[in-house]
Design a protein around this ligand. Structure first.
Ligand code: DP6
Length: 338
């Protein structure tokens, strides 16, 4: 990204950004250094699972090092380094050497199976730019956010979003397919384990190519993406559902058959997969599942089905927490004290 020449000043801004749930997943990187994916992905931005981040830029004379707090705790080690690397990207575009004080809070537990890196890096990018008066377009911010966390590129937009694989840093960006109001889908996040994952998705992406099934999954995404786009256009859950289940299963098959093998599922994961399929075939409820890099299960349904499904989920001993989210907007500025 070219160096910007507008007049910048070290200020402060707060931005709230939603996480997102992928219908066609990002799994595997063509270039790990810039998070260039192996395939396009499509997601829904979440209204009810978000990160609120304040960035305050200071002259180096006032702050020697970046300082970051997440959910009330000062961050150190790898997480602090990852945040500073992202701030470096903003500094490089702006041509400044300021340091930043970053305060970030999630409205959902970090180990809930909702991607805090997606909402976190989207909010950090948008707040970091706003706090210095750096006027980047959402597309430019999407490319920057992608470097922090791939899925964050999609959270720069609201509603239904596609991240184009692209071929370089500037072309690998997301765009909106439809705004949130287009279709009242719900993501029912069913938390069955709050344990931190043993292998991060950052590392997992580099292992995808070791699976003999990876090429098959990637080849299948061309048709799957077209189906998902068409299902969203037509608001057709029965067309959307089977495709998103198939891609989630294909991604987990790739994970399981890589070297080393990654097995994110727990017995409760399988219990819920069977329950969803039973509710669909026996009770005729249009509900489908998807699963990210963890054991928790996301149930995707239309708004009228959500309350009944939530009730049914309360009967499961394995269910620790349920979070229901609507589709949401892209990042929004939050007034100080707001
Ligand atoms: C399974 O975006 O979390 O949720 O770029 O390393 O931060 P990094 O990975 P991340 O990977 C997301 C993986 C996924 C699928 C998806 O959201 O598309």
């Amino acid at each position: 990204m070219a160096l910007r020449t507008e007049t910048l000043s070290p200020g402060r801004a707060t931005v709230r950004a939603g996480s997102n749930i992928a219908f066609i997943k990002y799994w595997g990187v063509a270039d790990a250094a810039i998070n260039l994916p192996l395939n396009n992905s499509i997601s829904m931005t979440l209204a009810d699972a978000y990160t609120t981040t304040t960035v305050r830029w200071c002259e180096r004379s006032a702050l020697v090092e970046d300082a970051c707090t997440i959910d009330g705790r000062p961050v150190s080690g790898d997480a602090a380094a990852r945040t500073s690397r992202h701030l470096d990207r903003l500094r490089a575009v702006a041509g400044v050497d300021w340091r930043a004080e970053v305060t970030s809070a999630n409205n959902f537990p970090m180990a809930s199976g909702i991607a805090s890196s997606a909402s976190g890096f989207a909010a950090l990018t948008a707040a970091g730019c706003a706090a210095m008066g750096l006027a980047l377009s959402p597309t430019e911010q999407s490319a920057l956010a992608r470097r922090g966390s791939g899925s964050a590129s999609r959270s720069l937009f609201g509603g239904y979003v596609e991240w184009e694989q692209g071929h370089d840093d500037a072309s690998s960006v997301a765009h909106q397919l439809f705004p949130a109001g287009h279709w009242a889908l719900r993501d029912i996040v069913v938390v069955v384990s709050g344990a931190a994952k043993t292998v991060s998705s950052e590392h997992g992406h580099t292992l995808a190519a070791t699976s003999p099934l990876n090429a098959g999954r990637i080849a299948a995404t061309t048709h799957a993406l077209a189906e998902v786009r068409a299902a969203i256009v037509a608001r057709d859950i029965e067309r959307l559902g089977p495709v998103i289940e198939a891609d989630a299963l294909a991604m987990h098959a790739v994970m399981m058959t890589g070297n080393p093998s990654l097995l994110y599922w727990q017995p409760a994961t399988l219990e819920l997969i069977h329950a969803v399929r039973r509710w669909r075939s026996v009770d005729k409820i249009p509900v489908y599942f998807t699963i990210d890099a963890g054991p928790n299960v996301h149930l995707i349904c239309e708004a009228p089905a959500a309350a009944d499904l939530e009730d049914r989920l309360h009967d499961f001993a394995c269910v620790q927490k349920i979070i229901v989210s609507r589709p949401g907007s892209g990042p929004v500025a939050v007034e100080e004290g707001g």
